[in-house]
Write a protein that binds this ligand. Structure first.
Ligand code: MTE
Ligand code: MO
Length: 383
């Protein structure tokens, strides 16, 4: 593996692992704008950043259980209708460090910023699959294909030096409303190397692990992808499962992420002045389920107030409304008077009335994924 050609990165990123490069912005950066700037967007890698220097020769192949396999250039993909989809990408390991406080979990430690919201520009996977003869809203191909596998070029030690890969069900891949993209742009700019240049998959509403970067090939397969990150990682186990009794095959690969909410305007422990403080952050749910409500508490969860929510400034946010971005987070804000040192809490409710667990203990799992427990920050009142 070769780490001598890593791109340069923003100096305010907090590095959680240098090799492979894993970093997140300070939490306050996430609430400065609805769309996260590319240089401050978290970077989650399992190997060195590949170098694609001859874009003219770059091809993505589509093969497997299809009658008309094809190789597509970037020009071919750019010829298809272009969509801009605003979608939040969240790593399943977001907030892992806090889960480790209950009992150590395995994996790169993350604070609360392994998440970002971007405008992804590219072709819909459903349009690309039509080019190889797979119609929209198909659940199986004539040759028996049921899943769509994405294979990269990066070398991961978990795959014994092989490439990163993942798959999604064919009925999601061929559903144009699921907005699965082959993206060549991020926030209106050419996708950069850290985020998957020249082409990446974006699977909205699903844990980041399925949005394969540096796409090399797409394969139509009968069973879900057998790669490490599908079968032996990114699965949610009950708190009783440990490294001695784990049986990976008993659980399905995690896809949609659950409802999540984090306070970004305060650090634990911040010293605030006596008086009004602002409690703001992000809330998001998977599967395109919008956010119904964000509750904040300034007394450790005894009493609650509802926060204001917004996406684009000037337009009120309404979950499930055509004016809202269904795959994107909402930012929330509330103000409160803090008379004494206390615990501030935030929790969200999504459109399906899903709520977050009160404590991290009940969702503790050995890989430390999906910490969506109520977010708490302690503040001290100084003089
Ligand atoms: N794709 C490849 N090829 N290699 C990777 O290591 N990491 C995945 C996913 N796609 C990964 C990948 C994980 S776990 C996440 S959370 C997202 O990419 C992170 O995307 P980002 O670095 O653009 O934020
Ligand atoms: Mo991830």
């Amino acid at each position: 593996s070769n780490y001598s050609q890593e791109p340069s990165r923003h100096q305010s990123l907090k590095i959680n692992a240098k090799v492979p490069f894993n970093a997140e912005p300070p939490r306050s950066a996430l609430i400065s704008s609805y769309v996260t700037p590319v240089d401050l967007f978290y970077k989650r890698n399992h190997g060195p950043i590949p170098v694609v220097d001859d874009i003219e020769r770059y091809r993505v192949s589509i093969s497997g259980l299809v009658e008309k396999p094809k190789e597509l250039s970037i020009a071919d993909i750019r010829k298809l209708p272009k969509y801009n989809v605003t979608a939040t990408l969240q790593c399943a390991g977001n907030r892992r460090t806090a889960m480790s406080k209950t009992k150590t979990v395995k994996g790169v430690g993350w604070d609360v910023a392994a998440i970002g919201n971007a405008v992804w520009g590219g072709a819909k996977l459903s349009d690309v699959l039509e080019l190889v003869g797979i119609p929209k809203l198909t659940t199986t191909t004539p040759l028996g294909g049921k899943h769509v596998e994405f294979v990269s070029v990066d070398m991961c030690k978990e795959e014994n030096g092989g490439p990163y890969k993942a798959s999604i069900p064919l009925n999601q891949a061929t559903n144009s409303e699921a907005d699965v993209l082959l993206a060549y742009e991020m926030n209106g700019e050419t996708l950069n190397r850290d985020h998957g240049y020249p082409l990446r998959v974006v699977v909205p509403g699903v844990i980041g692990a399925r949005s394969v970067k540096w796409l090399d090939s797409i394969s139509i397969i009968a069973e879900e992808c057998q790669g490490f990150f599908m079968q032996r990682d990114y699965k949610m186990f009950p708190p009783t499962v440990n490294w001695e009794n784990i049986n990976w095959s008993t659980r399905r690969p995690q896809m949609d992420f659950p409802v999540q909410c984090v306070i970004c305007s305060l650090e634990d422990v911040d010293v605030v002045k006596h008086g009004k403080i602002t409690i703001s952050g992000y809330a998001v749910s998977g599967g395109g389920r919008g956010i119904e409500r964000v509750d904040v508490s300034i007394d450790g969860g005894k009493t609650w107030e509802e926060a204001d929510k917004y996406q684009k400034t000037g337009i009120p946010y309404i979950a499930d409304d055509t004016s809202s971005d269904k795959w994107a987070w909402v930012l929330f804000t509330a103000t409160a008077d803090i008379p004494k040192s206390t615990e501030i809490v935030a929790k969200a409710v999504d459109m399906a009335a899903n709520v977050q667990p009160e404590n991290v203990e009940v969702i503790w799992n050995l890989r430390g994924i999906l910490n969506t427990s109520w977010h708490r920050v302690h503040v001290q009142v100084g003089h």
